[in-house]
Design a protein around this ligand. Structure first.
Ligand code: IPD
Ligand code: CA
Ligand code: CA
Length: 266
């Protein structure tokens, strides 16, 4: 199957499943379990992942999986689906938007397809390599805001790993005095898509997992944005940290983030 067709099939799969999850959420038809400190999973995260794993395996039988809830853990040499069945589980539990299904397809080391369905606003973001990015089928592009001073920046706070909290607080101190505003949505996948469609201009966070960012990263780059790790490198899928932007403010932001957040300083 061509990437374009695969992308629209996966996108419709995510939308159908997401609508079902929204319905079940409205009925409060789920239970919550604790995985670790401030780390929760619901029965609907598990249901979502099981459904995705089954359908994605039918679509591309040779692919392996990197999936948050461990429904399938086998890795394949070439293709691997990177699946977050609900990104923003804490929001989902509390009934606060946004929360999203996030799916990326790794071809070797490269993400070649991404789908993020933000359920609470019925927004379906999708992209495949070379095909541009869309929101509900319409092309999207990053903002043209040229400086950090013009930017609305979204970010993540750590839930349990506070090893770089001091540097993070220093970065917040600098940025809140400099930019238009700072936001914390609670869904990394949605953060990236909101830059892709020009709502936000940049995002940064550490202690990330591949499934938090795989789908959103290609949606952002196909929309004209830029992603890197904090050290100006490309290890942003497995490297547990990400700086993302509209491209125009990337290096200005790197100059702030890199010295404060590249070192563990607790
Ligand atoms: C979390 C969200 C959140 C980010 C955390 C992630 P989850 O994913 O993306 O925005 O700050 O680092 O773990 O646990 O809700 O799938
Ligand atoms: Ca996640
Ligand atoms: Ca999750």
């Amino acid at each position: 199957m061509e990437l374009k067709e695969l992308c629209s099939t996966v996108a419709e799969m995510a939308r159908t499943l997401g609508r079902e999850l929204m319905q079940k959420r409205a009925e409060m038809a789920f239970d919550v379990m604790t995985k670790g400190r401030n780390d929760f999973v619901t029965t609907l995260d598990k249901y979502s992942e099981q459904t995705l794993v089954q359908k994605l395996s039918e679509l591309l039988p040779e692919a392996g999986f990197i999936a948050e809830e461990g429904t399938r853990t086998d890795r394949a040499d070439r293709y691997n689906w990177v699946v977050d069945p609900i990104d923003g589980t804490t929001n989902f539990i509390h009934g606060v938007p946004p929360f999203a299904i996030s799916i990326g397809l790794l071809d070797g080391d490269e993400i070649t397809l991404g789908v993020v369905y933000e359920m609470s606003r019925d927004e379906l973001f999708a992209a495949y390599k070379g095909g541009g990015a869309t929101l509900n089928g319409k092309p999207i592009h990053v903002s043209t805001r040229p400086t950090v001073a013009d930017a609305l920046i979204t970010m993540g706070f750590p839930y349990a790993n506070f090893s770089r909290a001091k540097g993070l607080l220093q970065a917040i101190d600098v940025l809140m005095r400099t930019c238009h505003g700072l936001r914390r949505l609670g869904s990394a996948a949605t953060d990236l898509c909101y830059i892709a469609c020009g709502r936000f201009d940049a995002y940064f966070e550490y202690d990330l997992k591949p499934y938090d960012v795989a789908g959103g990263s290609i949606i952002l780059t196909e929309a004209g944005g830029k992603v890197s790790d904090y050290r100006r490198g490309k290890d942003y899928i497995f490297g547990k940290e990400m700086l993302a932007s509209n491209g125009l403010i990337h290096s200005e932001l790197e100059d702030i983030i890199d010295p404060l957040l590249s070192i563990t300083n607790s």
